[in-house]
Design a protein around this ligand. Structure first.
Ligand code: G3H
Ligand code: 13P
Ligand code: NA
Ligand code: ZN
Length: 328
């Protein structure tokens, strides 16, 4: 059944677990997530970015999620819009049938430039007003995602910067977070603690100075009833990097957010954990390996099944680690 984010996160808080929120762009990802959730008896949050809508087309994306709900009617599913850049974008998603939207007002509508508090609070409050009128949940964000190692907002290839942010923008201030929740009425709050989007988060296994789990504890102590969201939470599995590079890939050394650090965050109010990159890495590794090992094969279903299975296993591992199994 289609449910709102608020319903699932309230349940997660009551029973002290976290939910992975997986990005979805295509059929294989959707199947991987649902098969994992079915096996684990876990509730599902699937989220679509602007890039996903562009790739699949909004109607395909919408019907793919509705098809998942039809095939797995016993599993609660949140259909969430990831990183909305304006109230207009969020309104269109609600019209399309999304049960939850993220208004990311930490950045201006270009999705790149850091915005000031007044702008963020204003656009987020606007979205909360119209979303709540139709039973749709809202995620807001306070603080900008980015690396405390480099000040960069997140990179596609591990080389170029997308923008350099100063230290204070990269860490959510607990007082400002409390004010923001009060001013906007959001259902869930994304915070910045040193993670960034993509595969290139940390140049070595992160230590407490660049991955600030301590900051989650401070924010949670200040606003214990607010559901916290961790973005940029892929763990960048070293075994998949190895497989990618063994079968023709050329990815430089890089590290993600260790699963045990996320689990620590879940003890302190983190209820939604955004994961996209890990499924991309597993999919790419599985396809590279399959094609290298089966050079005569040309039926795409064969390598796409390898991709689906690899992504499904990542989903299962996250449902298990975050305590979401048996909660559907
Ligand atoms: O927010 C970042 C997610 O990983 C979505 O990425 O914009 O390439 O679809 P995307
Ligand atoms: P990753 O790139 O770490 O998977 O983060 C995804 C995300 O935060 C989507 O909003
Ligand atoms: Na989101
Ligand atoms: Zn994100």
């Amino acid at each position: 059944a289609l449910v709102s984010m608020r319903q699932l996160l309230d349940h997660a808080a009551e029973f002290s677990y976290g939910l992975p929120a997986f990005n979805v762009n295509n059929l294989e990802q959707m199947r991987a997530i649902m098969e994992a959730a079915d096996k684990c008896d876990a509730p599902v949050i699937v989220q679509a970015s602007a890039g996903a809508r562009k790739y699949a087309g909004a109607p395909f994306l919408r019907h793919m999620i509705l098809a998942a709900i039809e095939e797995f009617p016993h599993i609660p599913v949140v259909m969430h819009q990831d990183h909305g850049t304006s109230p207009d974008v969020c309104q269109r998603s609600i019209q399309l049938g999304f049960s939850s939207v993220m208004m990311d007002g930490s950045l201006k509508s270009d999705g790149k430039t850091p915005a000031d508090y007044a702008y963020n609070a204003d656009v987020t409050r606007t979205v909360v007003n119209f979303a709540h009128a139709c039973g749709v949940s809202v995620e807001g964000e306070i603080g900008c995602l980015g690396s405390l190692e480099t000040g960069m907002a997140g990179e596609e290839d591990g080389v170029g910067a997308e923008g350099v942010l100063d230290h204070s923008q990269l860490l959510t201030d607990p007082e400002e977070a409390a004010q923001f929740v009060k001013d906007t009425g959001v259902d869930a709050l994304a915070i910045a603690i040193g993670t960034s989007h993509g595969a290139y988060k940390f140049t070595k296994k992160p230590t407490g100075d660049v991955l600030r789990i301590d900051r989650i504890k401070e924010i949670h102590a200040r606003i214990p009833n607010t559901h916290l969201v961790m973005h940029g939470s892929s763990s960048v599995p070293q075994e998949w990097l190895k497989i990618i590079n063994e079968f023709g890939g050329e990815m430089p050394e890089t590290y993600g957010v260790p699963v045990e650090e996320i689990v620590e965050g879940i003890k302190y109010g983190v209820r939604k954990v955004n994961i996209d990159t890990d499924l991309r890495l597993a999919s790419t590794g599985a396809v590279r390996r399959f094609l290298a090992e089966h050079p005569k094969e040309f039926d795409p279903r064969k390598f796409l099944i390898a991709s689906t299975n690899a992504m499904r296993d990542i989903c299962i591992a996250r449902y298990e680690a975050f305590g979401a199994c048996g909660q559907a």
